[in-house]
Design a protein around this ligand. Structure first.
Ligand code: AMP
Length: 220
């Protein structure tokens, strides 16, 4: 039986990084609605053009667009263990997600709440950049590649920065998170599926916490 895991937490809490560990170590499929939208922008599709300004400003794109994206990606990966990162992001999306999963005789199995001090997010996000080839994440002050300008993972030499990883846009993203996304804690808390992960520590420490939690729940 395939598993549906939701990672939930503010921008910069490490959801993408920890998802990548679960992909590498346990074969999960990582579904990041943010990545899916950025792919559409890169490809220059009409959806990409439509959402570009919204994403750059740190606001949410419409629930309808997100739900359409999620529907198609779930149907392409029906039998796999899935990690949702950045979705659902408000109560309406969570209800629609449940409806989609119920139709497929699936359900959300576990929600990990990545708890991190809001003060730390600024350091993690402002200065973040990724390898354009493999997506490995670096940071101007926290984690440079061992050889400046060369990716540790794939030796790529081209890097990119997200336009929304800027201090003013980050403030907007955090405010949207507080206003819309934090309500999911209560929703998922009531279902008994929510587990808190202290995500303020170094990434390997967080990784073992995530693994311990999934092991305790019998998912790995
Ligand atoms: P992320 O990569 O998760 O930080 O998402 C980047 C941006 O994509 C967000 O700031 C939103 O503009 C948009 N986005 C991603 N996922 C969602 C979602 N579930 N609902 C609404 N907007 C989203």
């Amino acid at each position: 039986m395939s598993m549906i895991l939701v990672l939930f937490g503010p921008p910069g809490s490490g959801k993408g990084t920890q998802s990548q560990f679960l992909v590498d170590d346990y074969g999960f499929i990582h579904i990041s609605t943010g990545n899916l939208l950025r792919d559409e922008i890169k490809k220059g599709t009409s959806l990409g053009n439509e959402v570009k300004n919204t994403i750059d400003s740190g606001k949410f794109v419409s629930n309808e667009m997100i739900i359409d994206l999620v529907k198609s990606v779930i149907s392409e990966n029906a039998d796999k263990n899935l990690i949702f990162d950045g979705f659902p992001r408000n109560v309406d999306q969570a209800h629609k997600f449940d409806a989609i999963l119920t139709q497929l005789q699936k359900k959300v199995d576990l929600v990990l709440d990545f708890v991190v001090d809001f003060d730390k997010l600024k350091d993690r996000i402002v200065g973040r950049y990724t390898c354009s080839n493999c997506g490995a994440v670096y940071n101007d002050s926290l984690k440079k590649p061992q050889n400046e300008g060369v990716c540790d993972v794939c030796s790529g030499t081209v890097f990119e920065r997200r336009k929304d990883d800027d201090l003013d846009v980050l403030k907007e993203r955090i405010s949207v998170y507080k206003n819309e996304t934090e309500a999911l804690k209560e929703l998922y808390g009531k279902t008994g599926l929510l587990r808190q992960i202290d995500a303020s520590e170094e990434l390997n420490v967080v990784k073992s916490k995530v693994n311990n939690c999934l092991r305790t729940e019998g998912f790995i």
